[in-house]
Design a protein around this ligand. Structure first.
Ligand SMILES: [Zn+2]
Length: 266
């Protein structure tokens, strides 16, 4: 594992992570039905239809693939609309499995308006990942980088009030309904596993992806989904894909997402 940018490195967690993974896998082999992998000929379409959990500012459906059983993990992609690689990778994983999923819920586009327009924010110019009603939410501007090396100078807003946006409200309602054990939020392109809890799952993801495990992304994110989760004591892992092309997601990240969806990595 490469050292992280923040210098956080936890080697003693490795053994615990391995034994945790083994226990988890054994329990699943004994008790849980395993999802069949679909032949490649069927990877062109999604295995089952999603249901709607809300509507975007522009009226697009907010879609979720709900599990048949208890929700152990919720994965969501593209809360930042200009991170479409998160949607590619998660969709590719979902399409490899015969649905419906047993214990994982999937949202392929938490910000569909941003995704179709290629903007980080939603149609109101709000960075949804600064709009959550966390205790540290702040009104005003939020600055982001045009590229990873650029200064933080692109202006969006945090919303008229905490939780003001329909996409934020719908995701909160979905989480209240599903009660997931852990949420994995997909972002790009910082190339790290951000896990404030330093959990066994975080260690397994870092090991599988070769990306560093870090306790934060290195800058303040008031009103972020992660901040809200911290207030609720809801475990969250922010999975930051590296700079990547669609083709490259198939080598490392899609197999990791497949294992998260089937439960073999949890
Ligand atoms: Zn992002």
């Amino acid at each position: 594992m490469a050292p992280s940018r923040t210098g956080h490195h936890c080697s003693h967690g490795r053994a615990r992570a391995r034994s945790g993974a083994t226990t988890c896998l054994l329990l699943r082999l004994m008790s849980a039905p395993t999802l069949d992998r679909r032949p490649r000929a069927q990877w062109g379409t999604l295995p089952v239809a999603p249901t709607r959990y809300g509507q975007s500012v522009l009226g697009l459906p907010l879609e979720v693939w709900r599990p048949t059983g208890r929700c152990e993990v919720l994965l969501f992609a593209a809360i930042h609309g200009e991170e479409p690689e998160t949607t590619w990778a998660l969709s590719r994983a979902l399409r490899q499995l015969d649905g419906p999923l047993a214990h994982a819920a999937v949202v392929l586009a938490a910000n569909p308006d941003g995704l179709i327009r290629g903007t980080r924010g939603n149609a109101n110019g709000v960075d949804l990942n600064r709009n959550f009603p966390a205790r540290n939410w702040q009104p005003g501007e939020v600055l982001s980088r045009a590229t990873v090396d650029a200064p933080r100078d692109v202006v969006l807003h945090t919303g008229a009030s905490a939780g003001s946006e329909p996409e934020t409200q719908a995701l909160l309602a979905l989480i209240a309904e599903l009660q997931p054990d852990v949420v994995i939020a997909l972002h790009a392109p910082l190339a790290c596993i951000d896990d404030p809890a330093n959990s066994a799952l975080g260690h397994r993801l870092a090991e599988r992806t070769g990306m560093p495990l870090v306790p934060d992304v290195g800058y303040a994110t008031p009103g972020s989904f992660g901040s809200w989760c911290a207030d609720q004591a809801l475990p969250v892992i922010t999975y930051e894909l590296p700079v990547i092309a669609p083709e490259d997601t198939m080598a490392v990240h899609v197999p990791v997402f497949v294992d998260l969806l089937t439960g073999t990595l949890r």
